[in-house]
Design a protein around this ligand. Structure first.
Ligand code: ZN
Ligand code: ZN
Length: 103
């Protein structure tokens, strides 16, 4: 039985699920996706919130330093990018869950 493309991937996803990798925005509890709710990595501890929450966060405090609500680390505006790794993981987990429920 081979889920996904390789055996290693499935194991990885299982580990991630067990470790409860955060696939939802810790601010609004919405699930990330690859569109409007893309996970945005906002601090050096790789905390991610969805794009709308990030926008809200930066808008509220446009002139001052904004801190990550999760850990208090400064948000480096210029460095905020889509969390590609999380998106990849998210896809894998989504696919994995889908297959598991089909079994
Ligand atoms: Zn959010
Ligand atoms: Zn943080």
């Amino acid at each position: 039985m081979e889920l996904l493309s390789g055996k290693g991937v499935t194991k990885e996803v299982e580990t991630l699920l067990r470790d409860k990798v955060e696939l939802e925005c810790f601010m609004c509890m919405g699930e990330f996706d690859d569109g409007d709710y893309a996970p945005m990595m906002m601090c050096m501890n790789q905390h991610s919130c969805c794009a709308p929450c990030l926008q809200e966060l930066l808008k509220n405090d446009s002139s001052k330093q904004v801190a990550c609500p999760h850990c208090g680390s400064p948000v480096i505006r210029k460095a905020v990018t889509k969390n590609r790794l999380l998106l990849t993981i998210f896809d894998l987990v989504k696919e994995y869950k889908k297959r598991v429920t089909q079994l």
